[in-house]
Design a protein around this ligand. Sequence first.
Ligand SMILES: [Zn+2]
Length: 68
Amino acid sequence: MATTYKTLYKCRDCGATSYQQVIDRGPNGVLQPTGQYRCTGCRNIFATIRAWWEPRRAQDFQPSSFAG
Ligand SMILES: [Zn+2]
C-alpha cells in the first residue's frame, strides 16, 4: 500500500483530507513515485498538491502550470 498523507487541506472535488503519492514502475522495473498525487477520496490524480486543494477559478487558470 502507498503511504497516505494527511493534510489540513481538502480535495476540491470530494472533500477528502488525505492523498497518496502515485507510484509507478519505471523503465528499469523499479517502483517509484511519479511526482503526482492521487486523492484518497475521488481517486483523481493531480500534478501538484496545490492543484488538489485549490478551487477551480477560471480567472486564475494558468496553462503553463497545467501538465495534463
Ligand atoms: Zn477527491
